[in-house]
Design a protein around this ligand. Structure first.
Ligand code: NDP
Length: 449
């Protein structure tokens, strides 16, 4: 129950309007609980209907995506784009291709994206999109035909000053290439800034592929340094997932002196007490598009275990969940605490259920929320857009330097916000409030109501 009658009324309306959208309710409630601390100081929000406007997307687009498989059979998937908030810049947020995709998941992701993009300090609004299409097991040609059909519809809703999609689960460099090719074809115009995460030879940015995982580690390192006078050096790290975010978080955590001992996919997890051999993981996942269990066949001393949740029974100092939402529940969180972890930082979006975050905070663990910790991906997408506008490409080192600077700034911004609202060190509260104040201020300044 929220203390503010206004916030409670808004939350009740969110549930009443869309009773089945549980992921969206969860994301909204977490933010409103943080705003509950400051709402009394801001009567203008209620006077101008800011919160009820903030929780309702500006626009939701849904469309059918017919495509033909290699056997000539027609399939029909559903495509979406949720354009949530464009107060501080063009809509920006990834596309997810996964069978679980629905409006609830995309609204939660789009809502989180508004605050995340605000925290980066770059001029980007919040959006998210995708499809219930499953790229797993599909040939390159099938993925290409699907992407072309998806973009044939989506193209009319996006543009470099309108809405700039990028990748997410199931959408990597291959898919962005096909999507960009179709955009160029149907629009007859080379608008490089319409998508980010592009290949380097057609407007992509160096370090974009690495950015989310690297950024996660930069923010975690700053958190360890400032809040515990500590570092990755000599720490055991467990990372869930084995996709883009997990792979490059493994790379950076290792470079910073940590030892990553486990990775997972939706079927199970590998445990390598000697430290993950990332070359093998990259070969399996990036070159062969294989499954993480193949690692145990190739690396002596490592083991594979069925079931992805078991990864959190492995003791670690630092836990970096980088797979998907709601992967860590309260019971799993208790195991992580009991095994002696000191920090958790969310690489995936909303990987910890609210009760899990509570367990971490009660136990005094450092806990960095996704909207801050994984903002390095979209921040570097913002840098890709800048380079596209300049028709110029920065070096890897230059982009990486800017990424690091942004992540360090985000940490201090959310930490300071937590102190200012009497919740020192509660980075969930800090991130929600720091992200929101900027967007709400702009909504008021622009007279959006
Ligand atoms: P990828 O598709 O590259 O990898 C996703 C990984 O998570 C795979 O290992 C996948 O395993 C695993 N996974 C997916 N669903 C489940 C599930 N239900 N249970 C267990 N494991 C699962 O995606 P990304 O690495 O890009 O994204 C991972 C997370 O990071 C997502 O939450 C995404 O929203 C977030 N994120 C990504 C950004 C980016 O730049 N890519 C930016 C910011 C956030 P399997 O192969 O078996 O499906």
């Amino acid at each position: 129950m929220l203390k503010s009658e206004y916030l409670q009324r808004v939350y009740t309306q969110v549930i009443t309007r869309d009773p089945d959208q549980r992921e969206f309710h969860q994301a909204v409630l977490e933010v409103l609980e943080s705003l509950d601390r400051i709402i009394d100081k801001h009567p203008e929000y209620e006077n101008h209907g800011i919160i009820e406007t903030f929780v309702e997307p500006e626009r939701m687009i849904a469309f059918r995506v017919p495509w033909v498989d290699d056997q000539g059979r027609t399939h029909v998937n559903r495509g979406y784009r949720v354009q949530f908030n464009s107060a501080i810049g063009p809509y920006k947020g990834g596309l997810r291709f996964h069978p679980t995709v629905n409006l609830s998941i995309l609204k939660f992701l789009g809502f989180e994206q508004i605050l995340k993009n605000s925290l980066t300090g770059l001029p980007m609004g919040g959006a998210k999109g995708g499809s219930d299409f499953d790229p797993k097991g599909k040939s390159d040609n099938e993925v290409m035909r699907f992407c072309q059909s998806f973009m044939t519809e989506l193209n009319r809703h996006i543009g470099q000053f309108v809405d700039v999609p990028a990748g997410d689960i199931g959408v990597g460099g291959r898919e962005i290439g096909y999507l960009f090719g179709q955009y160029r074809r149907v629009r007859g115009s080379y608008d490089a800034g319409v998508l980010t995460g592009k290949g380097l030879s057609f407007g992509g940015s160096l370090a974009r592929t690495e950015a989310t995982g690297y950024g996660l580690c930069y923010l975690t390192a700053e958190m360890l340094k400032c809040m515990k006078n500590d570092s990755f050096e000599g720490k055991t790290v467990v990372i869930s997932g084995s996709g883009n975010v997990a792979i490059f978080a493994t790379e950076k955590a290792t470079q910073l002196g940590g030892k990553v001992v486990a990775l997972s996919d939706s079927n199970g997890y590998i445990h390598d007490p000697n430290g993950i051999n990332l070359d093998v993981v990259k070969d399996i996942k990036l070159n062969l598009r294989g499954r993480i269990k193949e690692y145990a066949d190739r690396v002596p001393g490592s083991t594979y275990h069925e079931g992805f949740r078991g990864i959190w029974t492995i003791p670690c100092d630092i836990a970096l969940p980088c797979a998907t939402q709601n992967e860590i529940d309260g019971e799993t969180a208790k195991i992580i605490v009991k095994n002696g972890a000191m920090a958790v930082a969310e690489g995936a979006n909303m990987p910890c259920r609210p009760e899990a975050t509570q367990v971490f905070q009660d136990a005094g663990l450092l806990s960095a929320p996704a909207k801050a910790a994984n903002a390095g991906g979209v921040a570097t997408s913002g840098l890709e857009m800048s380079q596209n506008s300049m028709r110029y490409a920065w070096t890897f080192e230059e982009v990486d330097r800017r990424l690091k600077e942004i992540m360090v700034n985000i940490f201090h911004n959310i930490y300071d916000a937590s102190v200012e609202c009497d919740a020192p060190g509660d980075l969930v509260v800090g991130a929600n409030i720091a992200g929101f104040l900027k967007v709400a201020g702009v909504m008021l300044a622009q007279g959006l109501i």
